[in-house]
Design a protein around this ligand. Structure first.
Ligand code: GLY
Length: 404
């Protein structure tokens, strides 16, 4: 990297560090972050480390990646699958917690196995795959050899960007003209990081455009979101709105709402544009105030699931873990009262998830961490399951809690 670009990266990193320390100062002054939260999250990470130690001993091929556990069966994906980066990412989070050399080696091994995915043109989820593995590696150990890999990954994702629509498209299959799912908000971090690494604003601009267009067309007046918006390549405008994993086209699929809350919090982190902050707050307020949000704050797979035990019995612990992680970050950007509310909600979620109702026992659920996630209800796939992305965001949230 040239000196100039290096200095851009360093100054932006410094700005992020400053905002984190400003956040810490704020909390210190107001004494809002109890040490027992830190102790609780540290202990939960210790427990997760034990479980994942068995996981890494049981699964030793980093190209055969455990993705879920349900009905006594572990399912695997190869590096091409959208969930392939979450295991490497989880190993990075354990390393972040314990700074142990053997976890660094494991994280590097599972990350390296994904290197060819920088040119994977078959998925919009290259952000999940590469940012969670190489991106976390760069963040934690500053390995400069990861930078060109992340740049190539961002270039690959940019091939899906359509300037007329102002968004990147999601699936490369199906009969949609230009499908964009709310999950795509999670791939923007790769683009923001590419601009930080390269100093080239093109990636940043595309990410901001995608977030702006999605805000306009995916969201309803109550701030809930559709899962999928299909756009016309001719007019650049929506031609259909529907669900894919929720209960109905106009329902609120809970993981989708969490992808949105997390995604707009991330976009605010990079842009400091108030409209994205307001939008993130509107989404979390929608879910936290929802009449169907259970007392333990682990949502059913869809906020609009009818009052029918065969449906409402399905929780989605992955929606809770990623929402908890988003809430902890968001709490650093809002006023004191909102911060307390978001932190309390996040801690309640984490305490629920760390309880026996949701956390697998040692040797249970194929060494995954969280139980009671819902993969895809309409397809009857991975119900009452463990999902590697639920575990990833659980570990991320615990690390955020430990260092808030
Ligand atoms: N991105 C796919 C899902 O949330 O299930």
């Amino acid at each position: 990297m040239s000196t100039r670009l290096n200095s851009i990266f360093v100054s932006v990193s410094a700005a992020l560090t400053i905002s984190v320390s400003a956040m810490n100062d704020l909390n210190a002054k107001e004494n809002t972050w109890p040490q027992d939260n830190v102790a609780f999250c540290s202990a939960a990470l210790d427990k997760a480390e034990e479980q994942l130690d068995d996981f890494r001993k049981a699964y030793t091929n980093p190209r055969k990646i455990p993705t879920s556990y349900s009905e006594n069966e572990v399912k695997f994906t190869n590096p091409m699958g959208w969930t392939s980066g979450f295991v490497a990412g989880s190993f990075w989070y354990i390393y972040e917690h314990n700074k142990d050399a053997s976890w660094l080696e494991t994280a590097n091994k599972w990350t390296d196995a994904l290197e060819k995915m920088q040119f994977n043109r078959k998925t919009h989820d290259i952000g999940f795959i590469m940012n969670n593995s190489f991106g976390n590696g760069l963040r934690l150990i500053g390995d400069k050899s990861f930078e060109p890999i992340l740049m190539n990954s961002a270039k690959t994702l940019m091939e899906r960007y359509n300037p007329k629509i102002g968004a990147t498209y999601s699936w490369s299959w199906g009969t949609w003209e230009f499908p964009v799912i709310i999950d795509n908000m999670m791939n923007l971090e790769l683009l923001f990081n590419a601009s930080l690494i390269s100093g080239d604003k093109t990636y940043y601009d595309a990410a901001v455009s995608h977030a702006t267009v999605t805000m306009k067309h995916h969201f309803r007046p109550d701030h809930s979101s559709y899962h999928l918006v299909n756009y016309s390549r001719d007019t650049g405008l929506p031609i259909g709105k529907q669900t894919f994993q929720g209960i109905a086209d106009d329902s609120s699929w809970s993981r989708g709402q969490a992808w949105g809350a997390y995604g707009y919090t991330t976009v605010y982190r990079y842009t400091k544009d108030e409209k994205f902050l307001t939008h993130a707050k509107n989404i979390v307020n929608y879910v936290l105030n929802h009449k169907n949000m259970p007392e333990d704050l682990v949502p059913y797979f869809d906020y609009d699931a009818p009052d029918d035990p065969s449906i409402t019995n399905y929780r989605d612990s992955s929606a809770a873990s990623l929402l908890a992680s988003a809430l902890l970050e968001l709490s650093g950007y809002v006023d004191k009262n909102e911060a307390s509310r978001y932190q309390e909600a996040a801690m309640k979620m984490l305490r629920s998830l760390a309880s026996p109702a949701y956390l697998a026992d040692k040797d249970e659920n194929g060494h995954f961490l969280l139980k009671q996630a819902t993969g895809n209800f309409p397809k009857d796939l991975d119900l009452n399951a463990s999902l590697n992305y639920g575990d990833y965001y659980y570990l991320e949230a615990l690390n955020r809690c430990k260092t808030l």
